[in-house]
Each structure stands twice: as C-alpha cells, then as structure tokens.
Design a protein around this ligand. Sequence first.
Ligand SMILES: *[C@@H]1O[C@H](CO)[C@@H](O)[C@H](O)[C@H]1NC(C)=O
Ligand SMILES: *[C@@H]1O[C@H](CO)[C@@H](O)[C@H](O)[C@H]1NC(C)=O
Length: 417
Amino acid sequence: MRCIQAFGAVVLLLTLFKIFISTLHLVTTYSHKDQPKSLSLQVHDNDVTTQSSEQESFTQPRPVDVLNVSLFEGLTQTIPQNAAYWNRLLYSALRILDQSKLADWSNCRETNQERLQTNVHDVASYPVLLQDFLKGMNCSTSPVLINQPDKCSSSQEDGNNQAFLLFAIKSTPGNFEGRQAVRETWGKERVYQRGLRVRTVFLLGNSPPDGIDLSPMLSLEAKHFRDVLQWDFQESFFNLTLKGNMFLQWTLKECPRVSFVFSGDDDVFVNTPALLRYLKSLQASQASHLYVGHVISTASPIRTPNNKYYIPLSFYDGPYPAYAGGGGFVISGALLQSLYSVSRFIPFFPIDDVYTGMCAKALGVSPEAHPGFQTFDVKEPDRGNVCVHKDLIMVHQRSPVQMKRLWKGINSPLLTC
Ligand SMILES: *[C@@H]1O[C@H](CO)[C@@H](O)[C@H](O)[C@H]1NC(C)=O
Ligand SMILES: *[C@@H]1O[C@H](CO)[C@@H](O)[C@H](O)[C@H]1NC(C)=O
C-alpha cells in the first residue's frame, strides 16, 4: 500500500512538474479570475431552509419546500416498521416530522458504547467498520478541506451558460493516477458540440492517519487542476453516504443550475459523447426527473458477515428500494434540492447507492434502467473491444491504461464500426 502511494506520489510530482513548465503563463492568469457570484445556501443542523437568488428565470420544478409525512409514503410502503435499529430511526424521524419538527441529530457522535448497546443489543458482534459507522451515523456534515468555489461560474460564464453535465467522481487521496486518467479522457473539462459544457470534480475524504501524509500533494494537485473537493472525514466504504451528501450540499451551493450530475467511481469508463447524446435526446419532463443507470430492482441486504455489503438483521430489516448501481448513474440537477431535503429525514445508510435509492423513493422518483450502463461490466472477451464501447455509456471497471486506449479508440475518426 505504502509502495503504491509512494509511486503515486512520484507520478503526481512528475506530471505536475511537466505541466507546470509548459503552462507557466497560464498559472498567473488563473489566479486573477473573478470571484464567483455568490449564491448562498444556508444549511443549519436544525433548518432545511435554503436561499438562492435568481431562481425565477429557471425552468426547474419547484423544490420540495414543504415536507410532510405523506411525501414519504412510497418509502414507508417499501421499508417496514419493525424492531431493527435503522427502521426505528426512520420511523421516529417521520413521527417528529409529523409534528412539523426536524429530528434532532445534532448530537452527532455516540461515544457511549453502553447507550449504543441498549439500542442495538448485538452491536458488539458487528464488524468494526460498521460499528464505526453506527457511532457516527448521525453526523451529516463535515468540514471542507479543499473547495472549488468557481467550478460552475467563472468570469467567462454567465448564468445561462452553466455546466450541462457535472462529473462527480468518488476517489481516494492516494489514487492520483486514476484521477489523471479520467482528466485526460472522458472527464476532461470542455465544451462539447452544441455548447454542452462538461465539468468534473473528484470527491475525497481523508487518508487513514497511519498512511503517508498526502495533503501537501493534494493541495498542489487541487491548485493546479481545480477539480479536487476534499472533506475532513475518514475515507471508508461506509463513509460514502456522507461523501455523497456533502457533494449534494456543495452542488446546491456552487453549481445550483447544473442540468445533470454523473455520480461514479474513478475506475469506470464513460463514453462522454454517447452520454451527452442521450441526455440531449430526453423530453423536458424526463430530463427534470432523471435517475438513470444500471438498476438493481429487487435487492435485499446481504446477511453473510464477511461480505463487504453485510448488513445485520438487527440493523436493517426489509428489502431495498430499487436503486441505480453506484459505479455510475446520472441524476437531474433539478432533483438535487429535493433529494437533499428528504435526506434530512432519512437516516444515513452505510451503502451509498442504496441510500440514494431510498431518497429517490421518498420523492416518488423511480430509477430508470438503461442498457448502456454496465455497472457489472460487459462479457470478458468484449472488455477491450472499442466497437462494443462505442455504443455503451459506462462500464465498470478499467485501468488507467485501458481507459486511455478506449477513449482514443471511440474518438478515432478511423473507427469503422
Ligand atoms: C442518532 O439520533 C437519534 C435521534 O435523535 C437517536 O435516537 C440515536 O440514538 C442517535 N444515534 C447515535 C448513534 O447517536
Ligand atoms: C467516517 O469518518 C469519521 C470521521 O472522520 C470517522 O470517525 C469514522 O470512523 C468513519 N467511518 C468509518 C466507517 O470508517
């Protein structure tokens, strides 16, 4: 692991050095960009109000600004009320909502093991990481370490010319090489045909405290590429829900008019031109309620303790609502405010894509299955086949080298298939 990180560090430094030399003049102009117009979003622990200016001119559906319990009917029809901890938390939040209050999750960290044990009798038998998740699951916010406040509005862009598609890529501090491959291929920030503006951010938590301190390199990387977002929580599979929620908050503040968000991993391959063609072909009504990807429609929790996705019965009891696989899915910008609003009442769930499915369900938005999203990948012999990838939208998973090869392939004018 250390070896890989050290290697990543060397690659990062070399790349930065190379780019630095060739773009010295750019660096100076960069720092003189205008400050972005400020669109303020107020997020308080006990307050769901949001304020943003200039909303009128935009044809988005109204956000869910009056929340009431009936809104959650779809969700409560899927998720039963029973003795499991998470189910109890959900129903108690909805009871409180019924009294027009917000659940008080402000005391976010449970440090008292005994109290946790009273709530979940067998918590001591949970995997350590899941216990960790449980202790912190009421913490729904985390300090920003690296921000990109002018990602969607810069001096060249007026209000009508904001990002059409925002790539929100879940990454980890050590995976510089993966990020660099995405930047050089499908995640490259540019304006495609018909003025479709594509922007990219990488979502990062903190590296584990016992690893090499990557923060000096990350801040170099962030200054140079201006696409790194980092929050002060520890990187882990069970913290991806928090990561996704922090990204939601960030987008509502910094990219409130983005048309679509692609949320995915840093090791997937995306056929950006095909994705843009698909998004552009949508009817307005479809485009405003889009939640599309590889849909897992009848999943239930995995009860095998050694599985990465293990969920004990005493924690969650019930089926999962249909959800789009987290490797890569697309959601309308117009849905983000409502998603965030309902997320204030739905306790965090340790599996992030299931959680998104729950929030969508509460809004009555069903995930739409699209065969171009191959979260479980295509057949083995087709994985290097450019022609197969030409018609797909995303596949899981490709190495940086494969990514570059496929990208070159699908964009080649010589491609005859
Ligand atoms: C989270 O908040 C809920 C509602 O206040 C509370 O019942 C629960 O015990 C808290 N959980 C933890 C782990 O602090
Ligand atoms: C999530 O991040 C918090 C804050 O850094 C940390 O205390 C917690 O252990 C992490 N959770 C998991 C499951 O690793």
